[in-house]
Design a protein around this ligand. Structure first.
Ligand code: MF3
Ligand code: CO
Ligand code: CO
Length: 257
């Protein structure tokens, strides 16, 4: 087991990458409208990251992933592949997951968007999933354990009658996209690795309206859906553990974190 502790200089670089990733989500929001394709959303983000930010979209060619962002619509849990044939319609919910590399370091963040008018039950799933992320961020400080993080997420999600996806998790991040440790979104208090100042990792809970079970597309090898085809939501931030808490490296300007 080797969790890389970042120096203050490395955290500075992670902050730059994190802020670029957050800016991509801010930028793309106004484009998420009925009638646009997820392929077009991918092109807009790709061009912005490459030409305006002079950064690298980390998903592109990562283990063979063919696009620059992930777009996961409705019952797609994560790793949805943008496509020109997938046109958004009013009532859809979509997660857009952006990871950029700047000066050798990664920033990874995702948020949910509502397309046109979305039913209240979908809005509630989105809200509770974001609350899970925020409750987890609230407890991050040196001495807190990974089990504590998983526990608060599982507790709040299940208290609201949602299920927690177990097959995919948050992760350490730095020069490497996915490094140790694995950050599970379920668990027991006071178990697992203790957090230390200088650790950088993501928290990215996925909550399902129905059962927790997942299905990986045999056709494209990437798209993860709910087995029962009911809705799923996800939010993600990249964090750095500080002396007395944490810094949300991918914080957006509309967030009070
Ligand atoms: N951004 C995703 C995460 O949160 C990973 C996407 S990997 C890809 O870890 F290859 F699907 F892009
Ligand atoms: Co991630
Ligand atoms: Co991500």
């Amino acid at each position: 087991m080797s969790i890389h502790i970042k120096s203050p200089e490395e955290v500075d670089k992670m902050r730059v990458a994190g802020q670029l990733a957050a800016e991509v989500l801010d930028m793309i929001g106004s484009h998420v409208q009925p009638g646009i394709s997820t392929g077009e959303l991918d092109r807009i983000c790709h061009d912005y990251i490459v030409n305006k930010q002079h950064a690298i979209p980390a998903p592109l060619n990562y283990n063979g992933f063919p696009k620059s962002i992930c777009t996961s619509v409705n019952h797609v849990i994560c790793h949805g592949i943008p496509s020109d044939g997938k046109i958004l319609k009013s009532g859809d919910i979509i997660n857009i997951d952006v990871t950029v590399i700047k000066d050798g370091f990664h920033g990874d963040t995702s948020k949910m968007f509502c397309v046109g008018e979305v039913p209240d039950h979908a809005k509630r799933l989105i809200r509770v999933t974001q609350e899970c992320l925020y409750k987890a961020i609230d407890i991050v400080r040196p001495g807190c354990t990974l089990g504590d993080i998983g526990h608060v997420i599982q507790q709040h999600g299940e208290a609201n009658n949602y299920s927690i996806v177990r097959e995919y998790c948050g992760h350490g991040i730095g020069r490497i996209f996915h490094e140790e440790p694995q950050v599970l979104h379920f668990g027991r208090p006071n178990t697992g690795t203790e957090l230390r100042e200088g650790m950088t990792f993501t928290i990215e809970p996925m909550l399902n309206a129905g059962s927790r079970y997942t299905k990986l597309s045999r056709k494209d090898g990437w798209t993860v859906t709910t087995k029962d085809r009911r809705l799923s939501a996800q939010w993600e931030h990249t964090l750095a553990v500080t002396a007395d808490g944490c810094e949300v490296l991918t914080r957006r300007h509309d967030e009070n974190l």
